[in-house]
Write a protein that binds this ligand. Structure first.
Ligand code: NAI
Length: 465
């Protein structure tokens, strides 16, 4: 029986960091080393001040505080950590390809392949390699081929163990997962032993009934499709939000009425300015690409519509701001509250706010941004990455401030982009007083009480009613 004593995780990002911190917390007998080539990130994980961790997640500071230095380590010594480990998690980024065949759709597996080659080069004893990153179905086949052909005669077992945590609730999700999914080779003794070794790691705190084992391909495909199903619900309710606006129906009431049906369920039916985050768009595009590459045009078109709807929702929110402000926002101050793609995370990847800001900047608005957890440096980097205008222009047109009150002072309009709790309890009377009139308020998250805000004097617009 294989008993895991030493784990290495390659990639100390939003998944690798929290996941390994919880494994180390719950399994104190296992040494867990998280490695990354990004020195700044590793230094932040090792910062004595736990408020400086590179990933903001409620409760993560306590978990890291408990395990770090005991059996949890963060390091840039990738080779050493690989060599020592009996189980290696690959948790590196798998973004959408920006070049070549599959550009804009396929997952870029460059970093995965580099990891595989590095593992093959460094390993001198048998290892279990675990795909933690979200990968196209059948990636394990490629990994196996690289590991076996460039290795030192060492035997590798490859498992797929996709991560289902949601940013913003990562610690909660890791402590009590709906399920842990482990895909492996059930047809060989070595395969079965590898699956069992990983089951035993999770069994330190996850009930056996919540640990599912499947073949590798089912596991790889389940992660991509779970994200596609979740995003599809968001696009479905967002599609209805536009219809509600035209008909006098209220999308919250419709969502409640739909969600009360036990076959549908209430979760993920909240209309918004559109989904963001590093995963939904990338994973659906990847699914579309995979379907296309098997010649499954209808399957590909079906899932692509989820993305098309999401792009439409972001654009129409921005268009509505311009139209409502008498068809011009040139030189007008628009305060954007929130930049993260959702509350309780500092992750901004694919955030709707980036695209709405970009649209408003094209219309020559003066955009002022406040987010409780996102730095000015990150906001500028997100806009620069789009490449719509020069870095100098971005810096001229936007400013990032430290409070919602400063952001909204003398603003023509306020747009709520992220559902941070603190925006609900702002002193909206004070904000109204300090804004130019009419004071326009666009709620992209249906966070605020429409009647209450209208009674204060705001011209109030919410998605979906
Ligand atoms: P991330 O970009 O935050 O972290 C990836 C890290 O890997 C980076 O710090 C990078 O420097 C490091 N890295 C890349 N190549 C390396 C190498 N050769 N050696 C050492 N370090 C290397 O990405 P994130 O968000 O943690 O995602 C990782 C994977 O997990 C992706 O496949 C993603 O789809 C998946 N995933 C992400 C979720 C999320 O909510 N962010 C949830 C579930 C899965």
């Amino acid at each position: 029986m294989t008993k895991i004593k030493n784990i290495c995780c390659i990639g100390a990002g939003y998944v690798g960091g929290p996941t390994m911190a919880v494994i180390a917390q719950k399994a104190p007998g296992i040494k867990v080393t998280v490695v990354d080539i990004n020195e700044k990130r590793i230094a932040a994980w090792n910062d004595a001040d736990l408020s400086k961790l590179p990933v903001y997640e409620p409760g993560l500071d306590a978990v890291v505080g408990e395990a770090r230095g005991r059996n949890l380590f963060f390091s840039t010594q990738v080779d050493e950590a690989i060599a020592e480990a009996d189980m290696i998690f690959i948790s590196v980024n798998t973004p959408t390809k920006t070049y070549g065949v599959g550009k804009g759709m396929a997952a870029d597996l460059k970093w995965i392949e580099l990891c595989a080659r590095q593992i093959a080069r460094v390993s001198t004893n048998d290892k279990i390699v675990v795909e933690k990153s979200t990968l196209p179905v059948r990636t394990a086949e490629a990994l196996k081929s690289i590991l076996e052909n460039t290795g030192n005669g060492v035997k590798f077992q490859i498992l797929s163990n996709p991560e289902f945590l949601a940013e913003g609730t990562a610690v909660e999700d890791l402590h009590a997962p709906d399920r842990v999914l482990i895909g492996g080779d059930p047809d060989t003794e070595e395969g079965k032993a590898a699956i069992q070794a990983l089951v035993d790691v999770y069994a330190h705190w996850v009930p056996k009934a919540n640990i599912l084992t499947t073949n590798v391909w089912s596991s790889e495909l389940s992660k991509l499709t779970a994200n596609a199903f979740l995003a599809q619900r968001v696009s479905s309710i967002n599609a209805l939000s536009e219809l509600c606006e035209k008909t006098g129906a209220d999308v919250n009431e419709v969502a409640k009425a739909i969600g009360q049906d036990s076959r549908i369920g209430p979760k993920f039916l909240k209309a918004s300015v559109g989904f963001g985050g590093s995963c939904f768009q990338k994973d659906i595009l990847n699914l579309v690409y995979i379907a296309q590459s098997f010649g499954l045009k209808e399957v590909a078109d079906y899932w692509e519509q989820v993305i098309i709807m999401n792009d439409h929702q972001k654009r129409r929110f921005a268009e509505n701001i311009v139209r409502t402000l008498y068809n011009t926002v040139s030189g007008k101050k628009i305060a954007m509250l929130g930049w993260a793609f959702k509350k309780d995370t500092n992750d901004t990847r694919e955030s709707a706010a980036i695209y709405v800001a970009d649209y408003l900047l094209n219309e020559r608005a003066e955009v002022v941004i406040y987010d409780p957890k996102v730095s000015e440096e990150q906001i500028l980097a997100d806009l620069d990455y789009l490449g719509t205008r020069s870095e100098e222009e971005n810096r001229q047109l936007i400013s990032v401030v430290n409070t919602a009150y400063v952001a909204t002072e003398e603003a023509h309009a306020v747009a709520i982009m992220t559902e941070w709790d603190e925006f609900i309890s702002l002193d909206w009377d004070r904000i109204y007083e300090a804004m130019l009139k009419p004071a326009f308020l666009f709620d992209g998250r249906r966070l605020l009480d429409k009647e209450q805000l209208k009674s204060k004097g705001f011209e109030f617009y919410a998605i979906g009613s």
